[in-house]
Design a protein around this ligand. Structure first.
Ligand SMILES: O=C(O)[C@H](O)COP(=O)(O)O
Length: 344
């Protein structure tokens, strides 16, 4: 198949632009993004005039649709692709964020499923996390049922350049559904559904909840507390082991979140140190030995690309103020370029 103008420009952009391939990161600077975007429009005959534009699927490799009201992430699909081929070629972004520092993190208390809010520092961490993901598409948000994760998600989204409104869905009962209905299709298009799920809650720390971590280590011994905190299958007294936490968190991810990614939806999950460690164990295929050493900082977003049924870790997007660029793929670079075009 003739190399499309898009790919020619991409090749030019890559040779022009210092393409750092640090680890799994491919990075583009702004100059090459403009080149890519110009070629992208030329290649797919895309015009961004008023209203919803969708370009004809070209014989090339790109199908894109965009409009003044919504900037879709680009998905690749050859002209005569089967569903399977389209699914294999579609790409979705998955962002994981551990909540910002909570009031009990600050006091070094075991928190588990106790519903504790963020500290001022935790609020700032959530906002900084939002800056780092402000150019990455988000179509759905999942949080745990705990306020520290929900605050983190909402605060992060205040920084998103797309300015869609995250709206927590209330499906507790028929009345909750009825009373929280939105009657404008346009308004719905400008919102992002937020699903809260107890299955994404922090592991339940049993009789350690509320205890000071240092005092607990003094009382039971450092090794015992490390075993409770970081082993895979040894639970704290009357609490959950990481394995038990994984049984609910990973099951929820597979049953509810992975299908969204498969359909091309870009997803953000705001949850907790251990519920996310169990999900990352699944995404990165870590062994129960390897996951012991996995530590997650509060409020640092991690980016994965879901493509062809596989999860590719792209690291943490660099902040907008940081030198250099982002752990972006080609379609994420295009999405960011479209935001630039739309917002300027
Ligand atoms: O629940 C807690 O205490 C923290 O959020 C996580 O604790 P850990 O890092 O000790 O597992």
């Amino acid at each position: 198949m003739a190399t499309s103008r898009f790919h020619q420009a991409l090749g030019t952009a890559q040779s022009h632009q210092h393409l750092q391939n640090s680890g799994s990161h491919h990075e583009f600077g702004n100059a090459s993004l403009k080149l890519i975007s110009k070629a992208f429009k030329a290649d797919v005959g895309l015009s961004i005039r008023g209203g919803y534009n969708s370009c004809m699927r070209k014989s090339g490799v790109i199908q894109a649709s965009t409009s003044q009201t919504s900037v879709q992430s680009v998905s690749y699909s050859p002209n005569n692709s089967s569903d399977e081929l389209r699914r294999k070629s579609s790409e979705a972004a998955l962002i994981l964020i551990r909540h910002g520092e909570s009031l009990w993190n600050e006091k070094n208390l075991f928190t588990g499923c106790v519903d504790v809010p963020l500290t001022k520092k935790g609020v700032e961490e959530a906002i900084e996390a939002g800056k780092r993901i402000s150019n990455i598409p988000v179509d759905m948000i999942y949080t745990s049922a705990l306020i520290r994760a929900q605050m983190t998600a909402m605060l992060a989204m205040t920084q998103h350049r797309r300015k869609k409104v995250p709206i927590i869905l209330h499906n507790e009962n028929e009345q909750a559904r009825e009373w929280s209905r939105i009657f404008s299709e346009d308004t719905k298009k400008q919102s992002i559904p937020v699903v809260t799920a107890w299955q994404l809650n922090e592991r339940m720390y049993g009789e350690l909840q509320g205890l000071n971590k240092q005092e607990t280590a003094d009382r039971f011994g450092k090794e015992k507390v490390h075993e409770w905190r970081r082993s895979y299958d040894i639970p704290p007294p009357n609490g959950e082991s990481l394995e038990m936490c994984a049984e609910r968190a990973v099951a929820y991810f597979k049953d509810h979140i992975e299908p969204q990614l498969l359909s091309g939806k870009n997803v953000m999950i705001a949850a907790h140190g251990n519920s996310l460690r169990s999900i990352i164990m699944y995404l990165d295929k870590l062994t129960s030995q390897e996951v012991i050493n996995l530590e997650l900082s509060t409020g640092i977003p991690m980016l994965y690309i879901f493509k062809g049924g596989k999860f590719i870790r792209r690291g943490s997007p660099a902040g907008p103020t940081e030198a250099g660029v982002y752990a972006y793929t080609r379609s994420l670079a295009l999405y960011r370029q479209r935001l630039d075009d739309m917002l300027h």
